[in-house]
Design a protein around this ligand. Structure first.
Ligand SMILES: [Zn+2]
Length: 83
């Protein structure tokens, strides 16, 4: 039986199979330079407990960072003042 949704890959860290790709939101920078990238594919390995992004993903993140002014959607962030 094949379950494509729960497809596992070989972990690049420990070399065992069973690692999974999960998609998470990651934030880079801070303040006005803060960039949130959603849906970043992260390899998560239950065997060695490691979670990491691949080199290809890192390249893509660099790309996004460089082009973020063009492709990022600016969302208003509510800021509450604590008085
Ligand atoms: Zn591993």
């Amino acid at each position: 039986m094949k379950r494509s949704k729960a497809e596992t890959i070989t972990c690049g860290n420990c070399g065992k199979t069973g690692a999974r790709i999960i998609h998470v939101s990651r934030s880079y920078g801070k303040g006005s330079a803060l960039l949130v990238i959603e849906n970043v594919p992260v390899v998560s390995c239950p065997r060695c407990g490691e979670s990491y992004v691949t080199a290809a993903t890192l390249r893509e993140i660099d790309n996004i960072k460089r082009n973020c002014s063009k492709i990022a959607s600016t969302r208003p962030v509510p800021v509450a003042a604590f008085v």
